[in-house]
Design a binder for this molecule. Structure first.
Ligand code: GLV
Ligand code: MG
Length: 351
């Protein structure tokens, strides 16, 4: 899979746009899933576009076989009929071995190639899958005179994918980011669960027995089944300049479990999560938007250390070059969110 660094940013087809040097960091707190074969969901699109950072046309799992073509054509129409503004236009296409993948990608580039930001590729097995999509997209972009490269997002949901996560992240300059796919990953690994993400009550570590009182109760603590995979995914993305996202949380009736899982991912470095139901949009917004108190603190740090070096005290806490960098990250991102979210803009004191 090794490519010469000199060739990495050469277009893979004559006439294709130049590959991106950097993946844009734009708000992606929630990737909202839409089945565009469902007219009731399509009717809500104009409202959705104001509420979500990314609207994704889903063509893969959860879309019944008989709706595959309608979901694709429906999403093409959604993109043509609506002004997405700064909302991301993404689609999850069918997997590379499916009978639909080729038409999904071919029709998308031909019809909405200049307005589709990201194609999400499910069930990625290794870097060869990304390389294949990379070349195919370049061919199609050249044919249809597309102005800028369509980015690619990999779902981490096979054992092979996890084993090669670093290589996947580095496989193409198009690689925008990755999401964890806990349902398919569980199946691929033969995990004994039936859930879509979240914890499991049997995945616990138990305290030692009390030798003086063997009958005493031994509390157990539930562990996070996904911690190892998430941490690897975050590091692989950071190393490649790509963005990590938590994937789906399937139990719509458990908003607390969902919020906890999203927050654990946020604390580890993820920038967003999927929303499968309107109720999860607000959860993702709450979790993945920087906290107003932290943003205000970051603004104070930037004031206290204007040139980014040296030491200063802010509210009794020591600040230096490293906390200045954290403050920069926080404020830059808060500004992007403030542009989309007037309520948070006023809480941040940014206008
Ligand atoms: C998502 O695609 C999953 O398999 O969890
Ligand atoms: Mg899946």
């Amino acid at each position: 899979m090794l490519r010469s660094p000199r060739d990495f940013f050469q277009p893979l087809a004559i006439g294709a746009p130049e590959p991106l040097r950097e993946i844009p960091v734009t708000p992606g707190r929630m990737i909202h899933f839409l089945n565009a074969a469902n007219q009731k969901m399509v009717d809500r699109v104009p409202k959705m576009l104001k509420q979500v950072d990314i609207l994704l046309g889903n063509l893969e799992d959860a879309v019944p076989t008989e709706q595959k073509v309608d979901a694709r054509r429906g999403f093409i129409k959604v993109v043509k009929d609506n002004d997405f503004g700064s909302t991301g236009a993404w689609s999850r296409v069918n997997s590379l071995d499916s009978p639909w993948f080729l038409d999904d990608v071919t029709e998308y580039v031909a019809e909405i190639g200049n307005n589709l930001d990201v194609i999400m590729i499910p069930k990625v097995l290794g870097p060869q899958d990304i390389a294949f999509v990379d070349r195919l997209l370049a061919q199609l972009e050249a044919r249809h005179n597309i102005a800028k490269p369509i980015m690619v997002h990999a779902i981490l949901e096979t054992g092979g994918g996890v084993a090669q996560v670093e290589e996947i992240a580095l496989a193409s300059p198009r690689l925008q980011g990755m999401s964890l796919g806990p349902a398919d990953l569980a199946a691929s690994r033969r995990m004994k669960t039936t859930r879509v993400g979240g914890g499991h009550p049997a995945y616990v570590v138990r305290t030692d027995p009390n030798l003086d009182n063997p009958e005493a109760e031994r509390p157990g603590t539930q562990q996070d089944l996904w911690h190892y995979t998430m941490a690897r995914m975050v590091d692989a993305c950071v190393n490649a300049g790509a963005l990590p996202y938590y994937g789906p949380f399937g139990d719509i009736s458990d908003p607390i479990g969902c919020e906890d899982q999203f927050r654990a991912a946020f604390l580890l470095g993820c920038v967003g999560a999927w929303s499968l139901h309107p109720s999860q949009i607000e959860i993702a917004r709450k979790v993945f938007s920087p906290d107003p108190t932290e943003v205000k603190m970051a603004l104070k740090i930037l004031d206290a250390i204007p040139d980014g070096s040296g030491v200063a005290m802010v509210d009794g806490k020591m600040q230096d070059d490293a906390t200045w960098k954290q403050a920069q990250v926080m404020v830059k991102y808060a500004r992007l969110i403030a542009e989309r979210d007037p309520e948070l803009a006023s809480q941040y004191g940014i206008d």
